[in-house]
Design a protein around this ligand. Structure first.
Ligand code: ADP
Length: 247
């Protein structure tokens, strides 16, 4: 038993009520369509690592050669890791869609960026950050997810150089990740944040990408009132820019 609208007592009121109802129905149809597409895409993505694990396991079972088994088991481990990443990502999105957010606390973006750069174990990453701290309100897992995904992509596409910048200014903290890779053509820039979107399907598949990385980045940033965007980088590749309100 929720709120009830008052009964209309004129044609004008009836018309405006019908208009409001039609708007509501259209929104519901769009939501249903989004959900249907998401479920279909997720099943499609889950299918390929599962099929691959199955085939490899069948090969291992049928073939007693220990050398071949080692190779096949290595493949199974890699595909299982891909599957775990995908399932974790889907769970994070599902929780977020349901309005469940991890607990926010003050997070220092400078320290988080330093840690992420050393986690990435890449020799080509330069960090430009102020001395001191740059605080934002978020869950530490969200900040790490953003940094790890942007760095993973940059490493995948950069030729030689990646620059991570933390820039506090005017009540905001910006995180910028620049690379000198092929970049992203303007017509794809909006869409790379969509769930399962890939610019080049084959390449992303080979690199083990799920097409969920940037969708997760956008989700956790926007849920905290931040913004995400991608442009061209002065270094020649892609520039990803995240903006959080500073604490
Ligand atoms: P995936 O997990 O498949 O890498 P993402 O959501 O992380 O998916 O990225 C979506 C797509 O955006 C990628 O498939 C790739 O085509 C493109 N992309 C992401 N980062 C970069 C980058 N730094 N340079 C060029 N293209 C990129």
């Amino acid at each position: 038993a929720g709120e009830r609208l008052p009964l209309p007592d004129s044609d004008d009121e009836l018309r405006s009520l019908a208009g409001a109802l039609n708007g509501l129905l259209a929104r519901r149809d769009e939501a249903t369509e989004r959900l249907r597409k998401f479920t279909g895409d997720a099943a499609h993505e889950l299918r390929s690592p599962v099929a691959s694990i199955r085939v490899q396991a069948e090969v291992a079972v049928a073939n007693p050669d220990p050398e071949l088994s080692q190779e096949v088991l290595g493949e199974i481990v890699r595909e299982s890791e891909r599957l775990s990443t995908l399932v974790d990502g889907l769970l994070t999105l599902a929780r977020s869609d349901a309005g469940e957010l991890p607990t926010a606390q003050p997070v220092d973006l400078v320290a988080a960026a330093e840690a992420a750069v050393s986690r990435s174990a890449s020799t080509h990453v330069t960090l430009q950050a102020p001395t001191g701290s740059a605080w934002v309100q978020a869950a530490p897992t969200e900040v790490d997810l953003v940094l790890d995904n942007l760095l993973r992509n940059a490493k995948l596409y950069a030729r030689a150089q990646i620059t991570v910048s933390v820039l506090p200014a005017g009540g905001f903290v910006r995180l910028i990740v620049d690379d000198d890779g092929p970049g992203i053509a303007p017509e794809h820039r909006e869409k790379v944040f969509d769930r399962f979107y890939r610019v080049q399907d084959d390449r992303a598949r080979q690199t083990g990408g799920s097409g969920l990385g940037l969708a997760l980045v956008a989700e956790v940033v926007r849920r905290r009132g931040g913004t995400v965007m991608v442009t061209g980088s002065p270094d020649g590749g892609a520039r990803f820019q995240i903006r959080w309100k500073s604490l």
